[in-house]
Design a protein around this ligand. Sequence first.
Ligand code: HSE
Length: 417
Amino acid sequence: MKEIKIGILGFGTVGAGVVEGLQKNGALVAGRTGIKPVVAKIADLDTTTDRGIVVPEGVLIPDAMAVISDESIDLIVELIGGTTIARTFVLEALKQGKPVITANKALLAEHGVELYKVAQENRTGIYYEAAVGGGIPILRSQRAGLIGNRIESIYGILNGTCNYILTRMEREGLPFDEILADAQKLGYAETPPDLDIDGIDTAHKTVVLASMAYGAPVPMSAVSAKGIRGLSGEEIANADALGYRIKLLAIIEENEGKIELSVEPTLVPKNHMTALVNDSFNAVFVKGDLVGDTMYYGRGAGRLPTASAVIGDIMEAAADKVHGVGTPVGITMMLQKDELEYCAAGDIEKRCYIRLAQGDLEAAAAILEKHGIGMASVEETTSVILTQRAKESSFVAAMAELGDAVRLRIEDFEEKG
Ligand code: HSE
């Protein structure tokens, strides 16, 4: 049987999960594919911490460059994270013609165009399923099953940490920081977790999904992103009373050739499927022009779900190498156009939930009217206004006059005419 020798860079939560997954299911995978995956070397500066798994003597070393340059190693798995040394190592591996598997959404969102081009020039690939949606094979679905579709919209709950925090705030009423500490213990959160709670991690994943959907590397500056930092239990309780749940929702939508990209805490109707996505689960809703609506659901973070996606990519990269594929479709899809047109943040139309700090509803109504924002309903006891659709720029102008009010997006998932 053909053997494929793997070099892993980074022996943290996911790195250890990949080794554990291959120890458990490596023979199963070999039987299915005819290719035996062998972890030949692992590089991590920390060679002493107990990760709960045993690797043979001499496999774990501190020198990543030595792993990349080892001629016996066929492919490199980058699980270091961050955008500095990870970029150096990925570029070096690609220049040596070695396929790279990565879970690093920040690296792809910030340096994707450079990395995809270097992969193409060297007739090799980057495989990045684990970068979006944890264990959900969403990118594989996009580049395989949905390849015949123009993508009309993608809605996603893409951050396991935030979804876990929101779920427990709603169910248990616990403080934000206490739940975040649990998410860190469970291996869901980034280091530092600010990337999760400020919406940056979701924006990174949004960039990868949109780049693949529309055929050009999308810059981070095109995504209007807010996170869940500072969200209070009061908003969760008010939303609940109004028939909504709050989710950190990514929206990717094409309208008349312009692409809207946004990430923000959003009220979603309790009877919509997004409201049923809880804990560290993620869900991605893709609408294609031929297929219509589709939905993908699974664990969005954590050691073994992410390892599942990495192992899938290892075996795809191994098969591509064995069959001499060269540049895989996951690269060509990203490099079809040089640039795309985006909807400016201020032009994004939405409905909003507004809770006034002082409770002068009449004055607030006058301010909203002045900015052309219609009111759909008013809750006097909680000083909450639900608005009609209006442009983000109108909401920004009205909020400047409303003082300390809280504003959240509402998404009803209705067809826009
Ligand atoms: N910190 C990320 C999350 C990990 O919570 O979703 C998976 O990308």
